[in-house]
Design a protein around this ligand. Structure first.
Ligand code: PEP
Ligand code: MG
Length: 597
């Protein structure tokens, strides 16, 4: 029977396919005496072989998709499978105790888990967690666990899970994952941001929908409306297939039209639209056609899913490639924002009670200059290859900005001493995403070259709503009057100091807010590449003066409900995507020269 669940649409599009339930990391482990020890030993060898084959496959795939550095983790896992002492212990216990292999592996895992908690040595910890990962994989192969693992889906499916970490999301294969549904999560979690980067339609915050679903159940994901439909009727399926075709046609039409010129309002005010980049595959030459630069390069993704830090050289290659690909357009490299929901196991950041308020971003970098300085060196060196800008995340006050700038000066001096060149006029910006930075925006604006408002965090910190917690997702309100005022104050401070003020939070990619943000004084918008066409279409239909009037009206309002009513009304009246396509087609007929926006 058809059932419809309402969640939060976090990545647009429609996906239709069978459910693939993603397993947790624990299974029920049986314990029993085996009748035939030889047979049990053979089962163990078979599971070892399957695990080895799988790891080799995933190693090769990771090298292909993310580069050799990211594949180290699987090399380490393969080495665990060569560990003679470990394998011999399992084999001899099977022979001596006639117990099933799963039970023996489980006991061993328990022993290592206990050790993991007791020893502080980082090398030992890394090795132990590799070992536990491999044990888990072996168990899976032995138990033929019904639930799928994120990296081994057998057919194109709708991935369903309770939760998924950003590092697991990075590994998703877009040809296999048609759509995604999570019990947890919210639109500004990094998992959601990645789903958009991968262009996988996704619904999150579904609470317990997965409990009602079996592997293979027919599913529709409506990422626009936040709907999850199980066992749809033939009529529903038809309607959604049609909707899917229409969305695809609009997407193709918009993409085609967008690949010309720069973005400006109807009355000619230039509002550059740029891309947020997380993964290397996003940095393709075609990005230059739709994006007027990279407004946010989340460099921390270079540090995820690996056992070792990326070297300065490896980082240099990544940044230089970005600069060259986008040249002459700017690429804004944000120094690593590790911490929060982006946990990097090998950096020994211990789990925190309040990770969003914890050892994150520049707080981490200022204490780990051994990691920070090579990153800054790599960024400066890459500035020879195109137009690089450097941006610091989570700046909470002037001292912090001065401290990170002082480290940058030290690194520049080192490079000067070594005769290594870099762009001497490189621009340095501050993210405005902590409320204290808004309050100090007038001072900060005098000490940097640009601002970029990070609304994902600014909303979380000013409304005290955890951005990854689905239980409070309904309280996470971009249209909150306090949020709009903070955006306005930041823009005013930037304007007074004569510096540009970009906005690179997820609000930038929602065309509903485009007019509001432009009216407040945001000078450029940076978003997931998938959102660029719609936002550009919206900008082209907006009148700058009217947007300013709208902003003034909104700033008088006391509730998000009033604000939303007004902006939704105006948005719907404009119907920009359709209007843009028909205007563009008309203009193309009138003037056969390339369109300029
Ligand atoms: C933000 O906070 O708005 C932002 C762009 O940074 P991130 O989402 O990576 O925290
Ligand atoms: Mg942020």
């Amino acid at each position: 029977m058809e059932s419809i669940f309402r969640g939060i649409g976090v990545s647009p599009g429609i996906a239709i396919g069978p459910a693939a339930l993603l397993g947790g990391d624990r299974f029920d482990i049986p314990k029993y005496k085996v009748a035939d020890v030889e047979e049990e030993l053979a089962r163990f060898e078979c599971a070892l072989r399957k695990t080895r084959d799988y790891l080799k496959k995933i190693h090769a795939k990771t090298v292909e998709r993310l580069g050799i550095g990211h594949a180290d983790i699987f090399t380490a896992h393969l080495l665990v499978l060569e560990d003679v002492t470990l394998l011999e212990e399992v084999r001899s216990r099977i022979s001596a105790e006639s117990l099933n292999v799963e039970f023996i592996l489980d006991e061993l895992s328990q022993r290592y888990t206990d050790l993991l908690g007791a020893v502080e040595d980082s090398l030992f910890q890394a090795r132990t967690s590799d070992l536990l990962d491999v044990m888990n994989r072996l168990q899976r192969n032995l138990l033929d666990a019904e639930r799928t693992h994120v990296r081994e889906m057998a057919e194109p499916s709708i991935l369903m899970a309770h939760d998924l970490s950003p590092s697991d999301t990075v590994m998703l294969d877009r040809t296999m994952v048609l759509g995604m549904s999570l019990d947890s999560g919210s639109p500004t979690s990094h998992t959601a941001i990645l789903a958009r980067a991968l262009e996988i339609p996704a619904v999150m915050g579904l609470r317990h929908a997965a409990c009602h679903i079996n592997n293979g159940t027919s599913i529709i994901i409506d990422g626009n409306e936040g709907l999850f439909i199980a066992e749809p009727t033939a009529d529903t399926l038809d309607a959604y297939r049609q909707k899917q075709r229409q969305l695809e046609e609009t997407r193709v039409a918009l993409r085609g039209i967008m690949s010309h010129g720069s973005s400006a309002t109807r009355d000619g005010v230039s509002i550059p639209t740029q891309a947020n980049v997380e993964l290397p595959f996003e940095l393709v030459p075609e990005l230059r056609d739709t994006a007027e630069g990279v407004g946010l390069f989340r460099t921390e993704y270079l540090f995820l899913n690996r056992d070792t830090l990326p070297s300065e050289e490896e980082q240099y290659q990544a940044y230089a490639q970005a600069a060259e690909t986008m040249d002459p357009l700017p690429v804004t490299l944000r120094t690593m924002d590790i911490g929060g929901d982006k946990f990097v196991s090998h950096l020994q950041i211990s789990k925190e009670e309040n990770p969003q308020l914890g050892w994150r971003a520049v707080r981490f970098c200022l204490e780990r200059k051994d990691i920070f300085k090579p990153q800054l060196r790599a960024m400066l060196r890459a500035s020879n290859k195109g137009k690089i800008q450097i941006m610091f995340p989570m700046i909470s006050g002037v001292e912090e900005l001065r401290q990170v700038k002082a480290v940058l000066s030290e690194v520049k001096k080192d490079l000067d001493g070594e005769g290594i060149s870099y762009d001497p006029d490189i621009k340095v910006g501050s993210m405005i995403e902590v409320p204290s930075a808004v309050a100090l925006a007038d001072v900060l604006s005098q000490e940097c070259d640009f601002f970029s408002i990070g609304t994902n965090d600014l909303i979380q910190y000013s409304l005290a709503v955890d951005r990854v917690n689905e239980k409070v997702a309904h309280l996470y309100e971009p249209a909150h009057p306090a949020v709009l005022r903070m955006i306005k104050w930041t823009c005013n401070a930037a304007w007074a100091s004569g510096i540009p003020c970009s906005l690179c939070g997820e609000m930038a990619g929602n065309p509903l807010y485009t007019e509001t943000l432009i009216g407040m004084g945001v000078t450029s918008l940076s978003m997931s590449a998938v959102s660029l066409p719609l936002v550009r279409a919206e900008i082209a239909e907006i009148n700058f003066g009217e947007a300013q009037e709208l902003a003034a009206r909104l700033l008088q309002m006391g509730t998000a409900a009033e604000i939303k009513t007004l902006i939704e009304e105006r948005y719907e009246k404009r119907g920009s995507a359709e209007a843009f396509i028909s205007h563009a087609v008309q203009r193309e007929k009138d003037a056969p020269s390339p369109l300029e926006y």
